[in-house]
Design a binder for this molecule. Structure first.
Ligand SMILES: Nc1ncnc2c1ncn2[C@@H]1O[C@H](COP(=O)(O)OP(=O)(O)O)[C@@H](O)[C@H]1O
Ligand SMILES: [Mg+2]
Length: 267
């Protein structure tokens, strides 16, 4: 089971859209895919018709279980969606109170690691949609994932949220561990605007080692897809947005090169 987190400490940059679209493409390929909504706003849950203020079971259950010292029960939290191979662990409003409730209590940062361990036989891929704030939820997502996807809107001041995110990452980076692999994804790219062109160039310039070489274009289909409650690939399989995310997925799924191979290439 592979676990990817989608994060940026800025709202409206395409985090939820990236999680839904990539998950839809993975599910279409036949991979058993799980989306995890870790944003108390619950926009990912709402996307699939689960209202965060009406849910009895959400990932909040896991935090409660750990706080009460009882076993984590993932079953009641997992919901199927209208999409084959695609399941969801929804958020609920209660998540917004977590930081106040358990802020610095020991073990709180590893709740999602434990919860996902319970489902590791059931899914091939897990995509975690993160909140835009640094807190218990973000810490949990970063601890649980093996790859971090960072959508960045190609606009003026795009780098501000990203810099904050990278600083957060440094702060929470566990001692002695390998740095978390990360991919910067330029989103909402409009090649007709100066702001997009400049922002993309600045990102490539500042983060050549992390940036994905292409962009996700502006595509109004994403709005229609969220209204329909389906990944865009199921609504408009040939749209520009889907083509771009398919290319991104191909990049994310490429076989990781080993250090030995990289060294051989360099010499
Ligand atoms: N590539 C895109 N082109 C056009 N609209 C987009 C694109 N990506 C996201 N959007 C829209 O922008 C808004 C914010 O995106 P969202 O994924 O919810 O951001 P975040 O999760 O970072 O807050 C949504 O209305 C979404 O439909
Ligand atoms: Mg979101």
């Amino acid at each position: 089971m592979k676990i990817w987190a989608v994060a940026n400490q800025k709202g409206g940059v395409g985090k939820t859209t990236t999680a839904v679209t990539l998950a839809g493409l993975l599910a279409e390929k036949g991979h058993r895919t799980l989306l995890v909504d870790m944003d108390p706003h619950g926009s990912l849950s709402s996307y699939f018709g689960f209202e965060p203020d009406e849910l009895d079971n959400s990932i909040y259950n896991f935090f409660q279980a750990v706080a009460n010292g009882v076993r984590i029960e993932p079953e009641p939290v997992i919901r199927t969606t209208r999409v084959a191979n695609l399941s969801l662990m929804p958020a609920s409003m209660a998540l917004a109170t977590l930081d106040r409730q358990l802020g610095v209590r020991k073990g709180t940062g590893l709740v999602m690691v434990k919860a996902l361990r319970e489902v590791r036989e059931r899914f091939d891929y897990v995509l975690i949609d993160c909140p835009p704030v640094l807190g218990v939820l973000m810490i949990n997502a970063l601890a649980a994932c093996e790859k971090l996807l960072m959508p960045v809107q190609t606009e003026f001041l795009a780098q501000k949220g990203l810099e904050r995110m990278l600083k957060t990452l440094e702060m929470v980076q566990r001692n002695g561990q390998q740095p978390l692999p990360r991919v910067i994804i330029p989103t909402m790219y409009d090649r007709r605007t100066r702001a997009s062109i400049d922002a993309w160039a600045a990102l490539r310039n500042s983060y050549p080692e992390y940036i994905w070489e292409s962009t996700i274009p502006v595509d109004t289909g994403f709005r229609d897809a969220s209204k329909a409650g389906l990944p865009l690939s199921m609504l408009r399989p040939r749209s520009r947005g889907v083509i771009a995310y398919s290319k991104l997925l191909q990049y994310l799924l490429r076989p990781e090169q080993t250090v030995v191979e990289l060294k051989a290439q360099a010499s």
